[in-house]
Design a protein around this ligand. Structure first.
Ligand code: EPZ
Length: 422
């Protein structure tokens, strides 16, 4: 993990085009889903980020042969001979829990470490467990490990999720595809990454209908086949992050390689802030000058406003011409970023799930630390327009989910560099 710093000087105008990478929150699950069938699968449009490297280690630890190419990963799951995801890997990346469903479906067993919480919340697994139990999985959870087995086999069943959890929807889909009979997931998550995973599973031979809607129907099949090539959907969160950079730097800034329909609510909020937008088939261009209108935001499951863009949009409201309220409805502790940007002069009062923001004329550069992946990216965005220099520590958080973040911002004209910490 790098101890590097990101050093950014505020005030440089930004314009140009950024190519968006494949979606972190899809590719990690596509890689896990490859466990469902023995053989060689290739996934394209793979982002160069540390979480992908980690998922590669989780799969190699299970016995798979994993080889990375240029934005590509080839996974041969024929040699998989273990059902264990160890604590030292799972603790580094909670998304490792995505191997739970595939291991149960293919091998009838799984022994996966509990990932534990992280900075933004407790990140419980009760919905994963309850949903899989409805399909006949029995769990023994002890000593920090989840031990799963299917004494009577995996039997399709109707499941209703208490909350449209992305991870629970994915684990259930990946187990149900090899269950006997039909599973209906009600109150399912509708994120574009769910649709991407469903398309990949269908390419493996799964029978899935309704992905992207609140009701997903899965008819179990006897076996699945590896996929010669699947291209990961573009990363809507990376795209949204660079759209905010474009607003702050004036633009025009174009993000290419993303489906604009995956960002409807974020684009609606940008328009309400007074931002000019041009939307193409796989690109979005922003430009902005003058005041930013304050806009209230509340994060919700897709198609609501994405929680993963909350911190980035808080930078815009922190510089807006008035007051706004940002409500975080998805995670219980996702305002740590607000404390850091307050050090740069932002006026934000946190009360539970509400952040009361009063726009200021300008932020001032300061040494700050990334609280998490998206908060770290948002601190860099704030540094793009702050008066003076901002030094962002904790860059390893940003490396988890952003490919060449500094280089891409520099290519737009940002005065930014990465340096080893003293
Ligand atoms: C995925 O996390 C993403 N991560 C998150 O992105 C994203 O913020 C989140 O979905 C919501 O969109 C990946 O895909 C790797 P959830 P996930 O299950 O699946 C609670 C980023 O920055 N919950 O939809 O963990 C949970 O604690 C990351 O890229 C339970 O209580 O999200 C949270 O409060 C951050 N019990 C809420 O539901 C459960 O069994 C939403 O979680 C499951 C979840």
């Amino acid at each position: 993990m790098s101890e590097d710093l990101i050093i950014v000087s505020g005030g440089a105008p930004l314009e140009g085009t950024v190519n968006i990478a494949g979606a972190k929150n899809s590719v990690l699950k596509l890689m896990a889903a490859s466990l469902l069938a023995p053989g060689l699968t290739t996934i394209e449009n793979v982002p160069i980020i540390s979480d992908v490297t980690l998922m590669g280690k989780v799969l190699s630890n299970l016995g798979a042969k994993v080889s990375f190419g240029d934005h590509r990963v080839a996974i041969d799951t024929a040699p998989v001979d273990s059902i264990e995801a160890p604590y030292e890997l799972v603790a580094q990346m909670r998304a490792s829990i995505a191997v739970l469903g595939p291991l149960i479906a293919r091998f009838g067993r799984a022994h996966v470490a509990m990932p534990g919480g992280c900075q933004i919340g407790s990140r419980k697994l009760d919905m994963h467990i309850a949903g899989l139990e409805a399909l006949g999985v029995s769990f023994d959870i002890a000593h920090g490990f989840i031990d799963a087995s299917i004494p009577q086999g995996l039997i399709g069943a109707p499941v209703i999720l208490e909350f449209p959890s992305v991870g629970a929807t994915e684990n259930l889909m990946m187990a149900a595809v090899l269950a006997q009979g039909t599973t209906i997931i009600n109150n399912a998550a509708r994120e574009p990454e769910i649709v991407d995973l469903a398309n990949y599973l269908i390419a493996m031979g799964a029978r899935i209908e309704g992905a992207g809607t609140p009701a997903i129907s899965i008819e179990g099949v006897k076996e699945l086949s590896p996929v010669a090539s699947h291209t990961t959907v573009g990363d809507r969160i990376e795209a949204g992050t660079f759209l905010v950079a474009g607003v702050l730097g004036g633009g025009p800034v174009t993000v290419k390689g993303v489906d604009p329909s995956h960002l409807e609510m974020a684009l609606t909020k940008l328009r309400a802030m007074g931002v000019q937008l041009e939307v193409g088939s796989d690109s979005i261009t922003v430009s902005h000058s003058g005041a930013i209108k304050p806009v209230d935001i509340q994060t919700l499951p897709h198609p609501g406003f994405p929680t993963d863009l909350q911190a980035q949009f808080m930078v815009l409201d922190a510089l807006a011409d008035g007051r706004s309220v940002i409500t975080e409805n998805v995670f219980e502790n996702r305002f740590m970023f607000a404390d850091e940007i307050a050090r740069m002069g932002a006026e934000i009062r946190i009360e539970g799930h509400f952040a009361f923001v009063t726009g200021v004329r300008q932020l001032s550069g300061a040494p700050v630390r990334s609280p998490d992946l998206r908060g770290g990216a948002a601190l860099v965005l704030a540094g793009l327009v702050a008066d003076g220099q901002t030094v962002v520590a904790g860059v390893e958080h940003i490396d988890r989910g952003y490919e060449h973040f500094v280089d891409k911002l520099a290519s737009l004209g940002a005065q930014i560099k990465r340096a080893p910490s003293a």
